[in-house]
Design a protein around this ligand. Structure first.
Ligand SMILES: [Zn+2]
Length: 235
């Protein structure tokens, strides 16, 4: 290959490599965004269920207190009736009724105790987790904003690079361009690569001594015998 044809091709390849880098980064940004959104919804779900637990217990306590009040009202009524009855049979029935309400009140007071203990625990759990969850949610939202910003910059740069690529491909020898376009699909690390420490920058194989000697002497562009990429030592 003519040496003067190399520089424009290298510039085009540089552009393509930047396009490829940004393209991959944009793909990873989308992946990162999905992971963050998943974490965000897990955290929001956790916070919601902790709050829900407290709400449910508060509601149950209200219901239980109302039920106790109702039993106390019935007990009070039974006691008032007791003072008025004369017949033994009615007296006994009212005593049974009184003791039923007393049992109910006792049973429900224990249940209320349990509910209040559970509420206390649920509230402690909520209060201890909430600041950390809210901090994480805030951080994730900031990370998401950063990703949006990086994505916007990347897409803008990609647009610039597409225009630049168009200009640069016009500067490349057309038959070489055709070869390059086909070869770049196969050669991910570049179609034309530098030789460093006598090793091909594309495939990493050592360049045979005779070939490397010629490259040093003539500063020529050669083809790597192991991978087929164009190789240069110095331009
Ligand atoms: Zn090679």
């Amino acid at each position: 290959m003519d040496r003067e044809k190399v520089a424009p091709l290298l510039r085009l390849q540089e552009t393509d490599q930047e396009i490829e880098r940004i393209f991959r980064r944009l793909g990873r940004i989308e992946e990162e965004r999905q992971n963050l959104i998943k974490r965000l919804s897990d955290l929001e779900g956790e916070l919601k269920s902790l709050e829900e637990e407290v709400n449910i217990l508060q509601r149950e306590i209200r219901v239980k207190k109302d039920a106790i009040k109702e039993e106390e009202r019935l007990l009070d009524r039974a006691e008032q009736k007791l003072r008025l009855v004369r017949k033994d049979i009615e007296y006994k029935a009212l005593l049974r009724e009184k003791s039923k309400h007393e049992d109910n009140i006792l049973k429900m007071s224990y249940e209320l105790d349990d509910l209040e203990k559970a509420l206390d625990e649920a509230t402690k759990k909520l209060n201890s987790r909430k600041p950390s969850i809210e901090r994480q949610i805030k951080n994730i939202n900031e990370e998401l904003e950063d990703l949006d910003y990086e994505e916007k910059l990347g897409k803008n740069r990609l647009e610039e690079l597409k225009k630049l690529r168009e200009e640069r491909s016009k500067e490349v020898d057309q038959s070489l361009l055709k070869f390059y376009e086909e070869a770049k699909v196969k050669f991910e690390a570049g179609v034309i690569v530098k030789v460093e420490d006598e090793v091909c920058g594309g495939c990493g194989m050592k360049i045979p001594d005779i070939l490397f000697g010629r490259m040093l002497k003539e500063n020529s562009i050669e083809i790597c015998p192991s991978c087929g990429r164009y190789i240069y030592y110095k331009l």
